[in-house]
Design a protein around this ligand. Structure first.
Ligand SMILES: *Cc1c(COP(=O)(O)O)cnc(C)c1O
Length: 369
C-alpha cells in the first residue's frame, strides 16, 4: 500500500475547473479584485454566514494585515500551542507576543490565565481555535471589554465551524482564515480576514494592495497580498465540494471515536454537542501506559507501517529559537505538545486505509477486541 498521509488537498475536478480557466483567458484579467475574486468573496460570506470577507494570498498575510488594521501598540496576548505564523504575525507588526498557557481539555488558550498576563502595554488578544474547537469567546470577550482590548481570532482551523448554530468566525473584532492546501478548504495558497463592517473591508482591500487609497494616494505601508483569478476559480469549484468533504471527514472521525474509545494509552478529544465541527484534524493524546508506548514511539510505529501521522503542534512556538528569549515555559501546552499526535483524516482516505491505521494502533497498544 502507498504511504498514508495525514491530510490530502481537496482538488476540483479538472473538467469543472476548465470552463473557469477559459473564461479567465477570455476576460484577460488575472488579478487585482477580478470577477472570480469578487464572486468568491460573496459566496464565502454566504457559505460561512459572515458579513464581510477580504481574500488574501495566504493566511499569514491575512493575520499580519488584520493586526495592522487595528493599529495596535505594545503587547498582544496569544498561545504557544499554535502554528508559528500566529506569533510571527505579531512580530511583523513590531508588537510583542505575550504567551498564556492552554486549557488541557480544549487545547485553546485558558481564559482564566489571561488577566494575569495583562499589563499597561497590552492592546489585544489573539486566540486560536485549535483543531477548529471554538475558544471560550464569552470569557475572552468579558476580559477584552474590561481592559479595552481588541480580539483577533486565528480561525485558520475553523472553516465552517459553528457553535449553537452561529459561525465562530463572527467572534471577536476580526477572524482570519487560511486556505492553504492542507486545510479543510483551500485555494492552494490563500486566506481571508472576516470583518464586521464595509469600512473595515475596504481598508483591508487597500492594505493588501500596497495601501493604495486611490490611484494617486498611499498613506500607510501596505503590502501585496492579493489572491489571483486562477486561485479564486479553484476556490469556487472546491467550495461546491467542501460540504461533502466535511461529511466524509466526519465519518472517519466517528470510526476512530468508536474504535479507539476504550484503548488504554489513548485519550480522545471530546467534541461538544453544540458544536458543528469541520473534522479537519483528529488529535489523540498518548497517555502513560503499562507498555511504555510514548508518543514518539507510536509515531515511529505508524511510520514503519507507511502511516504518516503528524506531531502537531510540536515543538511549541516558545521552544523555537525565534521565541526562546521570551523565556516562557507553559505547563499544559508542553504536556499536550509532547503527547499529541494527529491521525490521518481527509476525504481521500479509503476504508481500507482507515482499517489499516486502526489495526496498527490497536496492535501497538495490545488491545484485544
Ligand atoms: C495554517 C495556519 C496559519 C497560516 O496560514 P497560511 O495560509 O499557511 O499562511 C496560521 N495559523 C494557524 C493556526 C494555521 O494552522
Amino acid at each position: 500500500m502507498d504511504k498514508i498521509t495525514v491530510t490530502s488537498p481537496l482538488l476540483p475536478p479538472l473538467d469543472e475547473l476548465t470552463p473557469y480557466l477559459q473564461d479567465i483567458w477570455q476576460r484577460n484579467w488575472l488579478t487585482n479584485n477580478g470577477h472570480y475574486h469578487q464572486q468568491l468573496e460573496n459566496e464565502l460570506c454566504k457559505y460561512l454566514d459572515v458579513p464581510h470577507i477580504s481574500l488574501f494570498s495566504n493566511g499569514t498575510l491575512a493575520l499580519i494585515t488584520a493586526l495592522q488594521l487595528l493599529e495596535l501598540k505594545g503587547e498582544v496576548i496569544t498561545t504557544p500551542y499554535t502554528f508559528v505564523a500566529t506569533a510571527h504575525a505579531i512580530k511583523w507588526n513590531n508588537l510583542t507576543p505575550v504567551f498564556v498557557d492552554i486549557d488541557p481539555t480544549t487545547f485553546n488558550i485558558d481564559p482564566t490565565k489571561i488577566e494575569a498576563a495583562i499589563t499597561e502595554k497590552t492592546s489585544a488578544i489573539l486566540p486560536v481555535h485549535v483543531y477548529g474547537t471554538p475558544c471560550n469567546d464569552a470569557a475572552i470577550k468579558a476580559i477584552a471589554k474590561k481592559y479595552g482590548l481588541k480580539v483577533i481570532y486565528d480561525a485558520a482551523h475553523a472553516f465552517g465551524v459553528k457553535e449553537n448554530n452561529q459561525s465562530v468566525l463572527n467572534y471577536g473584532d476580526l477572524s482570519i482564515l487560511s486556505f492553504h492546501a492542507t486545510k479543510a478548504y483551500s485555494t492552494i495558497e490563500g486566506g481571508a480576514v472576516v470583518c464586521k463592517t464595509l469600512e473595515q473591508k475596504q481598508r483591508l482591500d487597500q492594505l493588501k494592495n500596497f495601501g493604495f487609497e486611490s490611484e494617486t494616494q498611499v498613506s500607510v505601508c501596505g503590502i501585496n497580498a492579493k489572491l489571483n483569478e486562477i486561485q479564486a476559480a479553484f476556490g469556487l469549484v472546491t467550495l461546491s465540494k467542501v460540504g461533502d468533504a466535511i461529511k466524509a471527514r466526519k465519518k472517519i472521525a466517528q470510526t476512530y471515536d468508536f474504535a479507539l474509545a476504550n484503548v488504554k494509552g489513548i485519550r480522545l478529544l471530546n467534541n461538544s454537542s453544540n458544536v458543528q465541527a469541520n473534522y479537519s484534524y483528529y488529535p489523540i493524546l498518548v497517555e502513560r501506559n503499562d507498555l511504555h508506548i510514548s508518543r514518539d514511539k507510536l509515531f515511529d510505529k505508524l511510520k514503519e507501517n507507511n502511516i504518516l501521522a503528524r506531531r502537531y503542534f510540536y515543538p511549541l512556538v516558545t521552544d523555537f529559537k525565534a521565541y526562546e528569549s521570551d523565556n516562557y515555559d507553559p505547563f499544559f501546552a508542553r504536556c499536550v505538545s509532547e503527547n499529541v499526535i494527529c491521525l490521518p483524516i481527509h476525504p481521500s482516505l479509503t476504508k481500507e486505509m482507515l482499517n489499516k491505521i486502526i489495526k496498527v494502533l490497536l496492535n501497538v497498544f495490545d488491545y484485544k477486541q
